[in-house]
Design a protein. Structure first.
Lengths: 63, 184
């Protein structure tokens, strides 16, 4: 059973690692929009923020 | 054509070795002069963090993050990246175009900071030592187990297995021999 995150931030920042990690699983993969409960535009913004963080080695690409 | 200026948030990932050797302020000044050389107006440049990396880059496990806000044209971005990746102690550069520079950041400006960049502990040796000692322990445990097996009841089982294997080898002829039998 998937659990939706109820409180989302207004804006996804690549520097806010703790928030971004809530939207990732233990293997470092991004949760689907069905699971996050985000609208398409917000899901894209989340994806972009996570990818920036990965590029800067703030988050791992995979574990 | 007029070169339009945009606000950019910039993040640099700097090599700790260089930061330690030259000092943070000198490295920051080098970044600033490089940006200004390519026509950027540097509003903010400050230390964001010195922390462990999520994955090693060029053999380094820690790095220094330098954050800045600049006003620049599009050509500045590519030219700065090109030069910095070629010459500088920079692992990663990220330019993000923003609507405006936040007032909190503008208040900081170009900030000096005295950080002590810690030297990287050569963990490989530690890992090797640990794994080596583990291996030793494992090998000792294995040898103990073997000795127990030999002395215990399992010795009978092993003998039975050997006997079974021997009988199996007798029963199944070698392929070359079998082929010769078929010809006959």
């Amino acid at each position: 059973m998937t659990q939706e995150i109820t409180k989302h931030p207004k804006r996804f920042d690549y520097k806010d690692i703790e928030t971004l990690q809530r939207y990732m699983n233990a293997q470092g993969r991004i949760h689907s929009a069905q699971r996050t409960g985000l609208k398409a535009r917000q899901q894209r913004k989340l994806k972009r923020a996570i990818k920036y963080a990965r590029f800067l080695s703030l988050l791992p690409y995979g574990i | 054509m007029e070169n339009k200026q945009y606000a950019y948030q910039v993040m640099f990932l700097l090599d700790n070795e260089e930061v330690r050797a030259q000092g943070f302020n000198a490295t920051r000044d080098w970044v600033r002069t490089t940006l200004e050389k390519h026509g950027a107006d540097v509003k903010v440049l400050r230390l964001w963090a010195e922390q462990a990396l999520a994955y090693p880059i060029a053999g380094r496990k820690r790095a220094t993050y330098l954050m800045g806000w600049i006003m620049a044209g599009q050509e500045t971005v590519s030219a700065t990246k090109r030069e910095m990746y070629l010459l500088g102690p920079v692992f990663r550069i990220l330019f993000l175009r923003e609507d405006e520079i936040p007032e909190d950041e503008l208040g900081i400006g170009i900030e000096d900071s005295d950080i002590d960049v810690p030297e990287e502990i050569e963990e490989e040796y530690i890992e090797e030592y640990i794994t080596g000692s583990d291996k030793k322990k494992d090998s000792e445990k294995d040898s103990e187990k073997d000795s127990e097996e030999d002395s215990g009841e399992d010795s009978g089982k092993s003998k039975k297995k050997e006997e079974a294997e021997g009988s199996a080898s007798e029963k199944t002829p070698e392929p070359a021999v079998a082929a010769s039998n078929e010809k006959e």
